[in-house]
Write a protein that binds this ligand. Sequence first.
Ligand code: CAA
Length: 282
Amino acid sequence: MTKLIGVVGAGTMGRGIAHTLLRANYAVSLVDSLPEALGGAQQAISSGLAHDVEKGRLNAETRQQAFARLQISAETDAVSQASFIIEAVTERFEAKAEVFRKLELYCPSTTIFATNTSSISITRLAAITGRPGRFLGLHFFNPVPVMKLVEVVAGVETLPETFEAAADLARSVGKTPIRVNDFPGFVSNRLLMPMINEAAFAVMEGVAEANAVDDVMKLGMNHPMGPLELADFIGLDVCLDIMRVLYDGFHDAKYRPCPLLEKMVYAGRLGRKSGRGFFNYS
Ligand code: CAA
């Protein structure tokens, strides 16, 4: 029988996760309170599946079947039949907490709850539900259909069987799960964000222009994108938020956010999504 997975949040990450699940034969119930987010997600998933046909990963028939397994709804209770639910709403504790409080009301106690948070404490989110043993982090990377990694983040109370179910799910969609424990930034953002932050310091201090900083990392370290292009891709506001989580979480000055990064966010230069960040996209 086709397994149904719930995805809450139809932004960039939620739609990427839904697309990845659909092409791996899962049925997906995708919910978002914003109708325009759902419409955008449906379109993006449809063209993503069409791209899979071009690349030979699906044929016309399996593409159609995959798209038919997608249900969308503006109501959170639409995911109540799913045995595994992945939350991918905005990266704010209260927004995520509200989703999990609702899910707690609609879902049986056996349902596993996963959050795609990139930095919020899994243990803290788990504690607002009545199922901290069946709660964990499942951290995907953008663009989700392409990136191989899923960080599987165990909170203090996460049960071994919950971890195994999540790792199996990640493997079944072609990803490589890597276990990490719940500390600020996990592994990915604890390493990535200080590099991005330091690249911003290098620009601020006049060590080199933004494109030169990026070229050093692309040509010298074989990074597919330089740290500043990557920061624009992720969103400078997201990078700043994560630096603040690291700084607040460790109380260590080595994680202080770069003032240039702060200034750019205050100016609305958020990267690709706003048309301008370290580079211009207009
Ligand atoms: N959405 C979906 N697919 C995309 C995409 C997007 N935005 N951008 C590129 N792709 C796909 C392309 O369609 C192509 O797929 P196929 O091989 O199936 O055709 C594939 O990616 C490669 O694309 P290109 O050949 O056009 O370009 P590229 O070789 O330069 O690769 C890239 C593009 C994969 C984005 C590459 O530049 C890269 O890996 N960049 C780094 C990305 C990264 O580090 N992501 C993690 C960010 S951190 C995060 O997400 C988590 C967090 O907590 C902040």
